[in-house]
Design a protein around this ligand. Structure first.
Ligand code: PLP
Ligand code: LYS
Length: 375
């Protein structure tokens, strides 16, 4: 059991805390899904790019899905071997940088991008859009024709001889198996038709934020049946599934305000965890030190925005100011989407590995907010 209050006392709040044991366990569970296949896992760094966490993954043989030079540097710092370069806006000035760093795969997002890779020694995957509804939040759904990603799967005929394989990613936090299998079967049919030896299945496995989560066993059965006679290589590109439940946000309670509603004000806000305001996301919370009295309250941040709400209308024990509240499932798209809004420094990050506790990112200082400024 992680002693969050002690960590809050020792390192201050807001604080992100990660559990190394849980990360390893989740990698093991992901591998289990592809047992018997020629398959590899790459981690989508957009979910969390702290090199200390990536190092754990590298030690487990996990590669990287990167979309920027920054993510590539983090992956290299961590010793990640297999690298996939993704993105719909790769700049031509970046291409040399990436290829010189020895990346293995590129996911090509458009017919316009394809010729830029002619003659380059790299495994070329074409991202296809299967027009499948992932039935997730519209902001994180990517597999419909109206979305900006990939090329229509039915139109690849004219370029099939210039690529090595296909990439599909229909969205994130998907909790039903059917959309995955629908998309995978379209891609598999296409791969068989043209004899492609590589299929990147993307990520998107949904975790349990508030009751619903992807049935991993059912996904495994579906994949096993679908790909039983495919002899190429499968790549799985997971983010949230690996780090989401392994991370926590620890927020300090600043005050409890009794107004028309009860507001629990914390030192973490939408600058620290933007998911609740951006996607109406639900993160379960734990009050570590309460008064014994239960109320319905909004847990809010300190920013000058009415939308700065981390948890809405929750039944909770009124916390004691100065104690801490823990937000669960904060390991993915938590720190990586944090900002300096309202002049707030980025939080510190801690890694707990059994009995070992390590500071893996110092809290940003207010002076560091201005290092690039000239007046
Ligand atoms: C191309 C691509 N691959 C993989 C991922 C990882 O997704 P997730 O964190 O849902 O597993 C994303 C983000 O949704 C993505 O855009
Ligand atoms: N940022 C989103 C996920 C986006 C995935 C990007 N492809 C979230 O927090 O849920």
């Amino acid at each position: 059991m992680i002693d969050f209050q002690k960590l809050a006392n020792d390192y201050g709040t807001p604080l992100y805390v990660y559990d190394a044991v849980e990360i390893r366990e989740r990698i093991r569970r992901a591998r289990e899904v592809f047992k018997g296949f020629n398959a590899g896992i790459v981690f989508a760094l957009k979910a969390n790019g702290n090199p200390a966490l990536l190092k754990i993954m590298a030690q487990e043989g996990v590669g990287a899905d990167v979309v920027s030079k920054g993510e590539l540097l983090a992956a290299k710092m961590a010793g990640m071997k297999t690298i996939v370069w993704n993105g719909n806006g790769k700049c031509s000035s970046e291409r040399e940088h990436f290829t010189n760093k020895g990346i293995n795969y590129v996911s090509i997002d458009s017919f316009e991008e394809l010729p830029l890779w002619d003659g380059v020694e790299i495994i070329k995957l074409l991202r296809v859009n299967p027009d499948v509804d992932a039935r997730t939040h519209p902001h994180i759904s990517t597999g419909l024709k109206s979305h900006k990603f990939g090329v229509p799967i039915e139109k690849i005929d004219r370029v099939a001889d210039r690529i090595d394989g296909l990439h599909v990613h229909i969205g994130s936090q998907i909790t039903e198996v059917a959309p995955f299998l629908d998309a995978y079967s379209k891609v598999l049919d296409c791969a068989k038709k043209y004899g492609f030896k590589y299929i990147n299945l993307g990520g998107g496995w949904g975790i349990d934020y508030s009751g619903d989560s992807l049935d991993i066993e059912a996904l495994k059965s579906g994949i096993t049946a679908l790909f039983s006679d495919y002899d190429g290589k499968l790549i799985s590109e997971l983010g949230r599934f690996i780090v989401g439940p392994a991370g926590y946000l620890v927020a300090g309670v600043v005050s409890v305000k009794h107004s028309d509603k009860v507001f629990v004000v914390t030192d973490a806000g939408m600058n620290t965890l933007i998911r609740p305001v951006l996607y109406d996301a639900h993160h379960r919370i734990r009050v570590l030190n309460g008064t014994g009295k239960t109320v319905t309250a909004d847990v809010v941040g300190p920013l000058c925005e009415s939308g700065d709400i981390l948890a809405r209308d929750r039944r909770l024990e009124i916390p004691i100011p100065g104690s801490a509240i823990v937000f669960e499932n904060a390991g993915a798209y938590g720190f990586s989407m944090a900002s300096n809004y309202n002049g707030m420094p980025l939080p510190a990050e801690i890694l707990v590995d059994g009995k070992e506790v390590k500071l893996i990112r110092k809290r940003q200082s207010i002076e560091e907010l201005f290092v690039n400024v000239k007046i």
